[in-house]
Design a protein around this ligand. Structure first.
Ligand code: AMP
Length: 195
């Protein structure tokens, strides 16, 4: 089972993706985490990525498509994966379809966490507090830019998947447990039995 989770920054994509990873034995692929790990390596590419991410902008499609292409073909994605943070643009969505088509695989579910934008700044402030400011883009000024990118470039990707009949919208303002329960009812499968 291959899943995409969409939602603006702070919508709870990572939290839900982690739960699905454990419950259904899927690989959680967070492009944000992958990029942050490259940034912390202080490589030349990492330094370039940092300045883009700190400005709340999107990294180029070419880099992102190559990154995800390398991941989904790995053995740890054989049982399925959850994409968190990808695709973020229409060219990324088309490239994903192409690469999965070549592997005779497909996306099975597209989940959208819908959140009141006014609540996001509080969530991002809380995340910054809880993580001791681990993410340099978790502040009000950059959040506004990230939201602008989401509206302009990522929201237009949703009709692409709606046209394929895959899109399911979820009220991301509910408590975490309720959001998880709703997602599980949408996926409508029994978690694999632990041996
Ligand atoms: P996230 O952790 O998903 O909020 O991502 C943090 C930052 O990484 C974003 O604000 C972008 O700068 C960059 N990023 C993550 N995923 C992508 C993507 N699919 N396309 C372009 N930029 C991305």
């Amino acid at each position: 089972m291959n899943i995409i989770i969409f939602g603006p920054p702070g919508a709870g994509k990572g939290t839900q993706a982690e739960r699905l990873q454990d419950l259904y034995n899927l690989k959680h692929l967070s492009t944000g985490d992958m990029l942050r790990s490259e940034v912390s390596s202080c490589s030349e590419l990492g330094l370039k990525l940092k300045s883009i991410m700190d400005a709340g902008q999107l990294v180029s499609d070419d880099i992102m498509i190559e990154l995800i292409g390398n991941c989904v073909s790995q053995p740890d994605c054989e049982n399925g994966f959850i994409l968190d943070g990808f695709p973020r643009t229409i060219p990324q969505a088309q490239a994903l379809d192409d690469m999965l088509g070549h592997m005779a695989r497909k996306i099975d579910h597209v989940l959208v966490l819908e959140v009141d934008e006014n609540a996001l700044i509080d969530r991002i402030r809380n995340r910054a507090k809880e993580t001791g400011g681990a993410r340099s883009d978790d502040n009000e000024e950059v959040l506004k830019k990230r939201l602008g990118e989401y509206r302009a470039k990522t929201a237009p990707v949703l009709p692409y998947f709606e046209g394929k009949g895959l899109l399911r919208k979820i009220d991301g303002m509910m408590p975490i447990e309720k959001v998880s329960a709703k997602i599980e009812s949408i996926l409508n499968i029994e978690p694999p039995k632990k041996h």
